[in-house]
Design a protein around this ligand. Structure first.
Ligand SMILES: [Zn+2]
Length: 244
């Protein structure tokens, strides 16, 4: 059971049609939000992924030149498993992503191009849980993306994007330790499992337990019941209100 017992748990708004998920690495979406993405694409929403890197520094013993294309392919399969066909890679260096103006500009460009009402981000807090540090890439990408939502709505911050009309998203939903809103994903467990299983080479490199066992554990952790939310399985988010 997860969640903030201080108040009632709200449903993530679902009166939207276009979503954009922005993360640092292949696998990030599948570790947390894939079940929610599946629910939303089944509702007919159009969702795109933007990955800031190809995760080329993610497999010990396998050189980045081989790992990058492999993980890109795994991510495309993972996206398809939850109804997402559009996946863009920005090609920033895995492990060395900075919270830079260039990254904000590139993400603002993607936001203006795709015009999402809902932006989904990965945990960018300093920690995963008390005593467990988050990665530098996750911190940089999440914070830059939240800033880029504002940048995309302002015509003067990145004037080089003037060819794309400004765009204001309605919400950002962030996975991670802070949970204010939730999504019922009881019917999306199978698709979420298939999605994380697409990362089979990556998962195999992480440890000795069999890949299917590891995949099930990841989905179970991401979709555990949330206190105060009436669903057998749920994904939790911290919801940021951008407009409306
Ligand atoms: Zn990651």
């Amino acid at each position: 059971m997860r969640g903030d017992s201080m108040g009632p748990m709200h449903q993530v708004p679902e009166d939207w049609k276009t979503g954009l998920v922005v993360v640092a690495h292949p696998g990030d979406i599948e570790y947390e939000a894939a079940a929610a993405v599946h629910r939303w694409t089944k509702q007919g929403k159009r969702i795109r992924y933007v990955l800031v890197s190809r995760g080329e520094a993610g497999i010990a013993g396998l050189p980045p030149a081989q790992t990058g294309p492999l993980r890109e392919k795994e991510e495309l399969t993972a996206a398809n498993a939850v109804g997402v066909q559009d996946v863009e890679f920005l090609d920033y260096p895995d492990g060395r992503i900075e919270e830079s103006l260039a990254l904000r500009r590139d993400l603002a460009r993607a936001i203006r191009r795709y015009r999402p009402e809902m932006v989904v981000l990965y945990n960018f807090h300093d920690t995963w849980a008390p005593g467990r540090a988050n990665s530098a890439d996750h911190r940089a990408v999440g914070r830059a993306a939240l800033d880029a939502i504002a940048d995309a709505a302002n015509e003067w911050i990145f004037t080089e994007l003037s060819g794309l009309p400004i765009w204001t998203a309605r919400w950002a939903a962030v996975t991670g330790p802070v949970v204010t809103h939730a999504v019922d994903v009881t019917d999306s467990i199978e698709a979420a499992t298939e999605s994380i299983l697409a990362h089979s080479r990556y998962l195999a490199a992480l440890g000795s337990s069999p890949v299917p066992v590891r995949a099930r554990a990841i989905v179970e952790a991401a979709t555990a019941p949330i206190e105060g939310f009436p669903a057998e399985r749920a994904v939790g988010f911290e919801l940021f209100y951008i407009r409306g």
